[in-house]
Design a protein around this ligand. Sequence first.
Ligand code: APR
Length: 308
Amino acid sequence: MNRKVSVIGSGNVGATTARSIADKELADVVLLDILEGVPQGKGLDLLEACPIEGSDARVLGTNDYADTAGSAVVVITAGLARKPGMSRDDLLQKNAGIIKAVTTEVVTHSPDCIIIPVTNPLDAMCQVVYRESGFPRERVVGMAGVLDSARMRTFIAEALSVSVENTHAFVLGGHGDTMVPLPRYSTVAGIPITELLDTATIDAIVTRTANGGAEIVKLLGSGSAYYAPGSAVVQMVEAILKDKKKILPCAVFLQGEYGIRDLFVGVPVKLGAGGAEQIIEIRLEADEQAALDRSAASVKELVSALGL
Ligand code: APR
């Protein structure tokens, strides 16, 4: 194939993302990690799945950024997981250091790529990538909202016993427990869920969505979600590579939209070959705007702790 997507970090999210891109034959895939042998082993394993999947995508595992050269899209999943005894701030500083170093290499080898940061804390890591890359804001698009709204869609479909395909969910804000699921704009076959579900059920769905990541962490015991995050990344990659101009919730650098300036926050964007080609602004009720402002303030706190 003549398109390349590089995935930095060959852990759970990175490998799951690489697998889905190869299975769907969207592009050749380069899987890079600092661990020696791991990306090579996973890359070869994925390549050997391709004959069965009927995919001619080439998959390469590597430690060398030269192999990522000329990527159309680069997905960054590299980072550390929070370990016992490590404060949230420690993790923030450590992951920021990793993301900074990764971004420098990515930009050197793929100066025209679109970067999709995935590493948490997502919105703050997007800010690091944006500052370090010097890219226009259209080309740094964080993955969070697609995952959060997929979780909300799952719960809506369950509550109404309808196909997930009929569901649409709308989640704004930072990727964390301050995220803002918007029931008024969440629909089933075009009908707002506020017409279909009682307030208590909607409140339960909203709360479960906001705690969706933590629910999985608790169940797994160690590590965090990766199947749904991988699927979410690949939906974004596909929208970009196929220039679908799909409206998806993503973390983008706001410059006045929704009353927020110079900060990455999740909002609906049009994703196409140019990256985040347009930010879609919708009218919010006062309580919704207040919730979004609170969410933005919590992102701002992390960004300020990084001195950005
Ligand atoms: N360069 C490249 N890879 C790195 C670097 C680095 N400087 N530092 C760490 N890594 C790699 C690790 O070696 C590991 O293989 O990043 C990978 C992270 O994988 P996992 O620990 O399995 O984490 P994963 O579950 O994939 O999550 C990755 O995505 O959803 C977020 O919160 C999640 O921030 C986390 C990220």
